[in-house]
Design a protein around this ligand. Structure first.
Ligand SMILES: [Zn+2]
Length: 486
């Protein structure tokens, strides 16, 4: 079954026996994928590679993961040796993420029975620090999610504890560690999300183990999904012959994708969204930019300085030249929104020229290349400004028009955009629904929050939700300049 697969064995540590190893399936294409590290069970007395190793790795490889299998220390080796093996394996995966084509922020573990206990140790962070041997040991040892199949969780509950695993792991230190390694007690705010399943007929490790863990997760408000199947003994692995149980790997993948934000290269993009931020609010740098960076989103920031009195009064909420430069250095598009934010339709050609030029000079002085994207102050299209904008080298200009942009037919000097304000969630989701082939919703945000212009406010928690939604639903999120073809 595994002979046609190509894989390599990597010793966990240079100075240890090669039997304690990470088995890595070689990638089947060039894509970067989430990692799935398989941790077989065996009651901390053996490692069941034949049933809970190879077939599981095959299944998750077919589901689009880069897969690994851990062979760890068992009795007569005791706590924390198996835990240190798993910790090391997670770090090796992150350390080699680039050459192994793994997304280091999408590292999941799948553990069975006692292997589930081992995974939950990593998920809850009860693994004591190991001595640092090399660079890999400085990598984060917390998985991004765990899948726990009929897992041992409790070592101390009278009726549910799996004492065999506990004794094998702890030897004569059972009393000392049984409480902290009853992992429902060790779940905390920084534990990672978990997907659990169990059968109600399991007499080896009772289903209450999974329930105890799920309860602890819910108590700490950490995402958790629990499936209890009505029948089947302990050790159903991939649920062979059972249509209900056999679905859990797909359900787990959906959990990782939807709840944990894991990304798979074969998912089609739901559409393209352009993000724009107006009026140079300071929280564009302090609050918005880190979220955009986390998701790898592009965005255009439209800079304006308003008039002198306004600027003097609101200097603490307005981006400084240095802060704008910081946004530029992060890779975001910095664009021109006029110097003082007047209604251009009411200005003479000379005045318009001044508004454009003064802001260009301000940005140049800050070390930012002259923008080629403009936004009409206040929103309405100012046709009288177009010749001057073109002359000054602008190739795109955004207005506000409550409909998606159609690059093939719309005038690039009058790009319609959809304003989002007052935390009206419906506007955001309606705007996304308009994304399609050739239709790009250009979203307009102001301050997040906007204390100076409360009528265009976006509450930070809504904004964080919007960005997570765009990420989880695989939208392509770009700056306006990214949409200039050719
Ligand atoms: Zn504005």
């Amino acid at each position: 079954m595994t002979t046609s697969k190509s894989f390599e064995d990597i010793p966990l540590r240079a100075d240890d026996l090669p039997e304690y190893r990470l088995t890595r399936y070689l990638p089947q294409d060039d894509a970067v994928r989430p990692a799935m590290l398989v941790v077989p069970g065996g009651g901390y007395n053996s490692v069941c590679m034949a049933t809970e190793g190879w077939p599981i790795a095959d299944r998750f490889q077919a589901l689009g993961f880069q897969v690994f299998i851990l062979t760890y220390h068992v009795n007569p080796h005791h706590f924390p040796q198996p835990q240190h093996d798993l910790q090391r394996a997670i770090r090796l995966i992150r350390h080699n993420a680039k050459s192994w084509q793994v997304n280091p922020d999408n590292v999941a573990l799948v553990g069975f029975s006692a292997g589930g206990h081992l995974c939950a140790c990593a998920a809850t962070g009860v693994i004591p620090p190991c001595t640092v041997q090399d660079e890999a040991d400085s990598c984060d040892d917390r998985p991004n999610a765990v899948l726990l199949a009929y897992a041992v969780i409790s070592f101390n509950s009278l009726s549910y504890a799996h004492i065999g695993s506990a004794k094998n792991l702890l030897g004569d230190r059972f009393e000392e560690f049984k409480n902290i390694l009853s992992l429902q007690n060790s779940v905390n705010e920084s534990s990672c999300p978990a997907f659990l399943w169990h059968t109600l007929e399991d007499t080896v490790v009772p289903w209450q183990n999974s329930l105890l863990y799920a309860e602890a997760m819910a108590k700490h408000h950490i995402p958790c999904e629990l499936h209890l199947y009505p029948s089947g003994p302990h050790g159903m692995t991939l649920g062979y012959g059972r249509q209900d149980i056999a679905q859990w790997p797909e359900l787990a993948k959906t959990f990782l994708r939807v709840t944990c934000g894991f990304r798979f290269p074969e998912e089609r993009s739901r559409g393209t969204i352009a993000l724009t931020f107006d009026d140079a609010v300071a929280n564009h740098l302090t609050y918005v930019a880190p979220i955009l960076e986390k998701y790898g989103f592009g965005a255009t920031f439209f800079i304006t300085r308003f008039n002198d009195e306004w600027r003097a009064e609101h200097s603490d909420t307005l981006l400084t030249a240095a802060q704008i430069r910081e946004l530029h250095d992060c890779g975001f598009e910095i664009a021109n929104h006029s110097w003082s934010h007047p209604d251009l339709r009411k200005l003479s050609q000379e005045e318009i020229q001044q508004e454009i030029t003064r802001l260009q000079e301000f940005l140049t002085e800050a070390g930012i290349p002259a923008p080629t994207t403009f936004a009409y102050p206040g929103g309405p299209f100012a046709e009288n400004a177009v010749p001057l904008l073109k002359q000054a080298g602008f190739t795109l200009a955004r207005s506000v028009e409550h409909r998606p942009w159609a690059p093939a037919t719309d005038d690039p000097m009058n790009i319609p955009a959809i304003p989002l304000q007052n935390g009206k969630d419906g506007d955001f989701y309606r705007a996304l629904m308009q994304a399609s082939e050739g239709r790009i919703p250009v979203l307009v945000f102001h301050g997040v929050p906007d204390t100076v212009h409360p009528w265009v406010d976006t509450p930070p928690e809504n904004f964080a939700q919007y960005m997570k939604y765009l990420h989880d639903n695989n939208y392509k999120v770009v700056a306006l300049r990214d949409l200039v073809s050719g």
